[in-house]
Design a protein around this ligand. Structure first.
Ligand SMILES: C[S@@+](CC[C@H](N)C(=O)[O-])C[C@H]1O[C@@H](n2cnc3c(N)ncnc32)[C@H](O)[C@@H]1O
Length: 449
């Protein structure tokens, strides 16, 4: 039996964790406010005597009567009671769930304002670190129906199973009927997944289902919080065949993923390597976003002979780098992903190597870094502070940062710039359509080079 490390997303013991943090009481008397801007979380922001009022689903120019419902970061969050006037950039949202589903925050904005806002998030994060003069390019977009990976939440309630995304600002689950963001093959599985989960979930029990569309078909991890019984295995194998999915795996109480039905090899092709993807592995959210990231990394490192790819995942960036670099060294924390790179590295005659390493506890050291002409780093949301400090000291000629969090990227960029790097350009990449998230690629070189 092959076992891989878990998705890291599952609940333990089958129950959803809920926050019991108390929010200070607010005065719930209605206010009339004018929305002036959109905040970092995608809510409209008004000013009430110097206190910001955050109103979800509003646009600049809206005049709304609202009821304050919670204290948040120096202000209040308020719900709309009625509209007195609508701003000029409001458009009808394309999805029937908009306003209740927690997946999207910005479908009601016209496209120009939406894309300016995403770019603005990157510009503001850089400015807060004193990097306001850095050129920020146009946002590279992913279209609707492009997101290939998602985690659905499920709960048995009475005879039914609700399955979808968490409702906005809530732990309740919205029963998803459509989604203009996801790949159609993922949405099409919802009814049959609901039927399946009805047979596997006890009363009030909860689960997550991680779904990924690949060229071989859909790959699913059922995060169940309990071990799989014989019945579960038979049901899942039958369901996988009926729905012609590529692979079905189970994550129980431990953080371990066990394939139950592996019907076709789940591989992705990067730079001439066919990489077998472990169940639940990180992948960029859209193929379009991934292509844009890889293109920019390759353009920035085309002169480099020896390249390191830090936080390498399954090799999304490392294998394409091998087209121009003499050697590529991929470093990644998860053993299963390192093994996936190593299995495919054989075809590169020793030019691609992989290393398992925790880059927070043990970042690449200055002497190690000095062996490379270029270093790429693509950390999770927390950023790469310890590694950025080492890079700053090592002075590798070219550094490329890929990030899903402009704030931590800007912090790490500041560390590099303070040591003599120039942040030449930043490209915002929108893989999470209509959400507040934005990703980016930033290219650094030593001053004067
Ligand atoms: C944003 S993903 C990028 C993956 C890859 N570059 C790609 O484009 O698909 C971040 C990666 O960092 C890995 N990671 C997270 N924490 C880490 C750590 N402390 N040390 C090393 N790798 C880590 C994750 O397993 C994940 O593969």
């Amino acid at each position: 039996m092959t076992k891989a490390k878990g998705t890291g997303r599952g609940r333990r013991g089958g129950e959803r964790r809920t926050s019991r943090r108390q929010t200070p009481a607010v005065d719930p008397r209605p206010l009339v406010v004018d929305i002036r801007s959109i905040g970092a979380g995608g809510d409209g922001v008004a000013d009430d005597d110097g206190r910001p009022v955050y109103v979800p689903y509003t646009v600049p120019g809206d005049r709304v009567e609202v009821r304050p419902v919670a204290s948040v970061a120096g202000g209040v969050r308020a719900d709309i009671l009625s509209f007195e006037a609508e701003g000029p950039h409001r458009v009808p949202p394309p999805c029937r769930h908009f306003g209740t589903c927690g997946g999207c925050a910005l479908q009601h904005l016209d496209d120009t304002v939406y894309v300016d806002w995403k770019r603005g998030r990157v510009v503001e994060a850089l400015a807060r670190q004193g990097l306001g003069e850095v050129p920020v390019g146009a946002v590279v977009r992913s279209p609707a129906s492009a997101r290939r990976r998602a985690t659905f939440a499920a709960r048995r309630i009475g005879r039914d199973v609700v399955l979808g995304f968490n409702a906005a600002k809530s732990h309740l689950i919205l029963d998803l009927a459509e989604c203009p963001v996801l790949r159609p093959a993922l949405v099409a599985l919802l009814p049959s997944l609901r039927d399946l989960l009805r047979t596997m979930l006890e009363a009030m029990a909860a689960a997550d289902v991680v779904v990924t569309e690949t060229a071989a078909g859909v790959d699913l991890v059922f995060v169940m919080g309990r071990e799989a019984g014989l019945d579960d295995r038979e049901r899942l194998a039958g369901w996988a065949a009926e729905n012609d999915v590529a692979r079905v795996s189970w994550q129980g109480a431990e953080d371990v993923v066990e394939p139950i039905a592996a019907r076709r090899p789940v591989t992705l092709s990067w730079g001439g390597a066919d990489v077998a993807i472990p169940a639940g592995a990180f992948l960029q959210a859209t193929a379009e976003g991934e292509a844009a990231i890889v293109e920019r990394v390759l353009a920035a490192t085309s002169e480099a002979a020896r390249v390191a790819d830090l936080y390498a995942g399954c090799g999304t960036i490392a294998f394409p780098l091998a087209a121009s670099a003499k050697t590529v060294h991929a470093v990644e924390g998860e053993a299963g992903l390192v093994a996936a790179i190593e299995r495919s590295a054989g075809a590169f005659s020793g030019r691609v190597s992989a290393e398992q390493r925790d880059l927070v506890a043990r970042p690449l050291t200055v002497p190690e870094l000095r062996r490379f002409d270029a270093v790429v780093f693509d950390p999770p949301r927390a950023g790469a502070a310890p590694q950025a400090r080492m890079l700053a000291e090592a002075g590798v000629p070219t550094v490329v940062g890929v990030s899903c969090n402009p704030a931590t990227f800007a912090r790490d960029a500041r560390t590099l710039v303070d040591s003599g790097y120039r942040l030449r350009e930043v490209t915002p990449i929108d893989q999470f359509l209509w959400s507040p998230h934005v990703e980016l690629v930033g290219v650094f070189s030593r001053d004067g080079s």
